[in-house]
Design a protein. Sequence first.
Length: 139
Amino acid sequence: MKHLRRELWFEVESRREYRNITPLVEECVRESGVREGLCLVNAMHITASVYINDDESGLLADYDDWLEKLAPHAPIDRYRHNRTGEDNGDAHLKRQIMGREVVVAVTGGALDFGPWEQIFYAEFDGRRRKRVLVKIIGE
């Protein structure tokens, strides 16, 4: 069985951002040499997510608006977590909603997506380096 483990590092300057990381993951699949298998992509930080959806600017703005309504950043004193000196209680909740990871089949040496599917890294508490794990296994 072939396998590959890579860490993708990101430093987002703003508090929140949504990045299409599909090309980076596709590069990992090519490097792995796996033709048939699975590709796991997961955020290794508890205030960031990895998810799959359409890369359409209106949808990305809708996600951001929706998440901010569900778990607004301010006022920060609404979150007990922030009593620890943090200001990112909302980011933990946003991550929980959007999820930690995705698994995509690898077929014929490529990510086996449905129409319009793309992999995104979602940052909810940026301004420092964070990483995403890509683990590919198969034949």
